[in-house]
Design a protein around this ligand. Structure first.
Ligand SMILES: NC(=O)c1ccc[n+]([C@@H]2O[C@H](COP(=O)([O-])OP(=O)(O)OC[C@H]3O[C@@H](n4cnc5c(N)ncnc54)[C@H](OP(=O)(O)O)[C@@H]3O)[C@@H](O)[C@H]2O)c1
Ligand SMILES: *[C@@H]1O[C@H](CO)[C@@H](O)[C@H](O)[C@H]1NC(C)=O
Ligand SMILES: *[C@@H]1O[C@H](CO)[C@@H](O)[C@H](O)[C@H]1NC(C)=O
Ligand SMILES: *[C@@H]1O[C@H](CO)[C@@H](O)[C@H](O)[C@H]1NC(C)=O
Length: 331
């Protein structure tokens, strides 16, 4: 059974790869927009023989931010799931490496869908972030919170990244106001995404990105500057993206993904969780269990998502066990 074709960006990453698996498991066909031939090869390797080749298509889009980048790629698709966006990687020019591509790639996707003569696109689901809606002053908030645009220059890649998510969310809101698109736009706002990375081939793939925070206490790394104490399971993030395609999800909407949002998590609990629940990871000596992450409480209320989509978010224990076993297995 097939539910139609999805165009997916970002499948060569933690979140996008898990969405790809979930989409195929649920009976969708998927067209993957990938930046280079070598990544197509690595992606095929990561998928292995689990999925039928006729459910997958690849389209090479080397520069996703250029005008018309997706005009071919959207032909015949029913849904678009746009995951790809620059992560907080240091560079000389954060405006050029993070902000501009985040905004322009999102707009190119939306414009391609708008131009589609069939008017065949039903939904565009965009992987936004808690960073797009988080307030500058501490208070409880949810995925419908709207914040003013941040202004550069950006003192740190993390600030540029957070700004890129706010600015591309703003660009989409403006697109909705100006173009009144015939399709629905759904934003998914995850907190820190934790869990196995199906695209990863080596331990270093876990030492950047959100999983590195979860693993820091286990690996003897101290993060003293502090990190917000919110996290969600990569499986739940994928489920929310796919559930957003359901026909009962109508209108432009935002869905937060965050486990126990109002209470949050404490990153240092990972030590106790692994010792209790995964004794095999204690005896093999992989982890030194002497790191520490200063955890800041940031209440991000995502109960609407669980209620409306009928999903019970997995616990911090589930994420930690999954990511630490995956980290051990990949080496
Ligand atoms: N991980 C989290 O905690 C978290 C939380 C909230 C939201 N998100 C969002 O989730 C999405 C994926 O993040 P992730 O954690 O899966 O990161 P990841 O593992 O680093 O994957 C990033 C993906 O984005 C693509 N990408 C990066 N820069 C790009 C650019 N300039 N043009 C086109 N594609 C580009 C990468 O493609 P290449 O392989 O070609 O580089 C890769 O497929 C992002 O939108 C991110 O903001 C993540
Ligand atoms: C987007 O940001 C601009 C300022 O840069 C602001 O004037 C505008 O109201 C915002 N648009 C939306 C739709 O939020
Ligand atoms: C944790 O212990 C290891 C040795 O077992 C040491 O190399 C590392 O520096 C320690 N980390 C911290 C944060 O103390
Ligand atoms: C969290 O969000 C739900 C649904 O959106 C709302 O009913 C509830 O009052 C919120 N909780 C708090 C403490 O704000």
């Amino acid at each position: 059974m097939s539910f139609g074709l999805i165009l997916l960006t970002g499948a060569t990453g933690l979140v996008g790869f898990r969405i790809l698996e979930e989409a195929l498991d649920r009976g969708y066909k998927v067209r993957l927009a990938i930046r280079s031939e070598s990544k197509i090869d690595q992606l095929k390797k990561a998928l292995g023989s689990r999925y039928a080749a006729h459910d997958l298509e690849f389209v090479l889009v080397p520069d996703m931010g250029r005008d018309g980048a997706f005009d071919q790629a959207v032909q015949g698709v029913k849904h678009i799931i746009h995951v790809a966006s620059p992560l907080p990687i240091p560079s000389e020019d954060l405006e050029a490496s993070i902000i501009k591509p985040a905004v322009s790639v999102t707009l190119q996707i939306l414009r391609a869908a708008l131009k589609d003569k069939r008017r065949g696109v039903e939904k565009v689901v965009i992987t936004s972030s808690v960073a797009a809606v988080s307030p500058s002053l501490p208070k409880a908030f949810d995925a419908d919170n709207v914040e003013p645009d941040p202004q550069g220059p950006w003192a740190h890649p993390l600030l540029a990244y957070a700004a890129s998510k706010k600015l591309s969310y703003n660009a989409t809101r403006r697109f909705i106001l100006e173009e009144n698109p015939y399709f629905n736009i759904i934003h998914v706002m995850p907190s820190f995404v934790i869990g196995r990375n199906g695209y990863a081939t080596k331990r270093e793939d876990y030492t950047t990105g959100s999983n590195s925070i979860a693993l820091a206490p286990l690996l003897g790394i101290n993060i003293a500057q502090g990190r917000p104490g919110f996290a969600c399971y990569v499986d739940d993030v994928a489920s929310v993206h796919i559930a957003a395609l359901r026909s009962d999800v109508q209108g432009h909407q935002s869905f937060g993904v965050n486990y126990d949002g109002l209470n949050g998590i404490n990153w240092n609990d990972a030590i106790d969780i692994v010792k209790r629940k995964a004794p095999e990871l204690v005896s093999n000596g992989l982890f030194s269990f002497n790191g520490s992450v200063v955890t800041q409480k940031v209440p991000f209320n995502t109960s609407k998502t669980e209620k409306q989509l009928g999903i019970n978010f997995k616990s911090f224990e589930d994420m930690i066990i999954d990511v630490s076993r995956a980290y051990a297995a990949v080496g």
